[in-house]
Structures are given as C-alpha cells and as structure tokens.
Design a protein. Sequence first.
Length: 142
Amino acid sequence: MNGIPRRWSAQIDGIRWLPRLMDKAKMSANGALGPYLMGNSPVDKALMKRMNVTTEEFVRIATASPTDAEALARFRARPGYDEARVQRWSANFERTYAALIRLWDIDEGYAPPNLAERVALGAYRRVEGAVSALIRKLSPAP
C-alpha cells in the first residue's frame, strides 16, 4: 500500500470494495488515512451494513488478519453476515456508484482528467482535508 487504497474494482472472492475498505482500515489504524474516509462514506456504510459489522469491528478484524482471505473468513463467521446481500451489492456496484467511479479513477490517477475535471480537481485539492473533516463530522461511521 502506497498511501492509496486498492482500486474500487479490486475484489476478494467476488466482493468489490472489500480490498479497498480493508486497506483504508489498515491506513486508519496506522494513522495514515489522510483525506480518505473510513466508515463515513456511503459506500463503506453500504458494504459494512450488509456484512453486519461496525467500523470499529471492521478495522479490528482487517488489521488482525494477515491475509485478505483470513479477514474475509472472519467476517463471514460473524453472526448476521449476509453473503447473498453482499454479493448482490457487489454485482450492482458499477451501476449503483457509476457517478463516483470516474471521480475516484481521476483522483487516484487511473484515468486522465479532461480540462474541466483537471481544474475542478485542482480546486478540490485545496479544500480536500477540510471537506473530509466535515464529512467525518456530519456522517459518523457506524
């Protein structure tokens, strides 16, 4: 991990966002989350809800597991974990979050921005930390 969590499209056993969320959990535990959100984003909340896990529990399991496979096994062993809901959510990920995917890809260098996007990204970079802090305050992690 180089300060950027795995891409939104990375999967563990067919579950999108899980590798990214586990990276963010580890970054958070190490004090290296930066402007990323851990548990505060609607995407994080949606996956954790289907996994029946709180942000604190998620971070604890992700950081205590030496491999992705072991972490997933621990999540699946928890009471209330709903595999069918998790897989349905993952299968619909691109359609559900289509508006955000391009932004994530531009922000993390996976897609080149057009001129308007480059200008918007430059402006956003100046306030990114404050925006993340505001989201953390207004949308507490479960």
